[in-house]
Design a protein around this ligand. Structure first.
Ligand code: BGC
Length: 409
């Protein structure tokens, strides 16, 4: 894997900081009298407004009346609401017209939505697939219409219509979960001590799910092989632990069954390795209602969903792997603009775009069945109760409510 890292300020944060800088500027004539100050402020505001209008005009001109079609999977899983609004906001901020669709996690609906976007003559498609295998036909239509396609977060399989993939390093997400468990239980120094673990993975229709599971499992397998980690249910294959549609209730029911079948005799559950927050939420509920042990179970997750962050604050979930989707949207924006301008960007997009976040250009990891799809992969972070403030609040992604629970901005 070819890696290049680059450091700049995130678009969203830059926006916020620029606003703050501007405000600071307007308020700085503190020594002058009120009339002068308000006159200055009014003049400044006017200049500011003119500058903004000019910038918008330039963006509109640059965008040349082009339209971007964004197809997101569902609003019922928290993160896609954030992805959709960040993407829309940012493309619109550059003067593009945006059509955003959500398909209620229904595959046929997503195909129809994308057909609609093609019929509406979008110039670029950004698609987070519900089922990575089901878009070949509709994307062949996109290709016939010369519409470039960015596969967003989830790789779309078996179609040569996909130009690029933007995501986080999905294998690393799982690896961070596995390493977290390894460190938390000090598995390397466990000696004769053994721990019980159960796995909950994601949707088999989502190409990411296997990467997350393998990333975690590869770290923990040596301990399972050595007998330090024991899986009482015996369910260690991805197909056995997968959760259709990443559904919370499905994950909860499966864990209730496991607890009833393998832990009702007082057996202790030490770890519930969950691939993401929607499944972790269900597993946590099952443990609350159906587990008789009094130990605190190590529970992993991914995304930083608000309900899970509250559970982390309350000590009910142990960690989540946070992926700053605001940055994923920024990478997609700059890639999208390059494609809309007829370019075929490579690794240089990272340095030329001036991003504040780390990103790797990868031309070996993601083969969608028609060949390698060049990928821009961002870097995920581990979040626990100890670093919510520094990773999520100080960075500006979340605020804390009056009760100390993180709320998305
Ligand atoms: C995303 C995860 C998310 C999951 C369910 C995956 O494709 O990468 O961030 O938790 O879908 O929405």
């Amino acid at each position: 894997m070819k890696k290049k890292f680059s450091k700049f300020l995130a678009f969203a944060l830059t926006g916020a900081m620029m606003t703050a800088a501007f405000t600071g500027c307007g308020a700085s004539g503190g020594d002058t009298d009120t009339a002068d100050t308000s006159a200055d402020t009014a003049a400044e505001a006017e200049t500011e407004a003119e500058a903004e209008t000019e910038a918008e005009d330039t963006a509109d001109e640059a965008a040349g009346g082009q339209k971007v079609g964004i197809a997101m999977p569902t609003q019922s899983l928290e993160r896609w609401n954030r992805d959709g609004s960040y993407l829309k906001e940012q493309f619109e901020g550059k003067g593009y017209e945006v059509e955003l669709t959500y398909s209620d996690n229904k595959i046929d609906q997503q195909v129809k939505d994308i057909e609609g976007l093609i019929a509406d003559e979008v110039d670029l498609l950004v698609v987070a697939a519900i089922d990575g295998e089901s878009l070949s036909q509709v994307l062949a239509d996109a290709k016939d219409a010369d519409i470039p396609v960015i596969s967003y977060d989830r790789l779309i399989m078996n179609t040569d219509a996909v130009s690029y993939y933007v995501s986080f390093d999905n294998y690393t997400v799982g690896k961070l979960q596995g390493e977290f468990v390894e460190t938390k239980l000090d598995l390397a120094n466990a000696g004769d001590k053994t721990y019980n673990i159960e796995f909950t993975a994601g949707d088999p229709a989502d190409n990411n799910a296997g990467f997350f599971f393998n990333g975690a499992y590869d770290v923990l397998k040596p301990y399972i092989d050595a007998g330090t980690l024991v899986v009482p249910s015996g369910q260690t294959q991805f197909d056995q632990v997968a959760t259709a549609a990443w559904d919370t209730a499905t994950a909860m029911e499966r864990m209730q069954n496991i607890l009833g079948s393998y832990y009702s005799d007082g057996q202790q559950l030490d770890v519930a390795l969950c691939s993401n927050d929607s499944t972790a939420l269900g597993v946590t509920q099952a443990i609350e209602t159906d587990y008789s042990g009094s130990n605190s179970v190590v529970i992993t997750g991914q995304d930083g969903d608000v309900a899970n962050l509250a559970n982390i604050v309350d000590g009910k979930q142990t960690m989540t792997v946070y992926k700053a989707v605001a940055n994923e949207a920024v990478a997609t924006l700059d890639l999208g603009i390059a494609l809309l301008n007829g370019k075929t960007p490579g690794e240089e997009l990272i340095s030329e775009s001036g991003w504040s976040f780390q990103c790797a250009y990868d031309t070996s990891s993601y083969d969608n069945g028609t060949g390698i799809i060049p990928s821009y992969l961002l870097v995920p972070t581990v979040v626990t109760a100890d670093n919510i403030q520094s990773e999520l609040v100080d960075t500006g992604y979340y605020t804390l409510d009056d009760n100390g629970y993180p709320q998305a901005k």
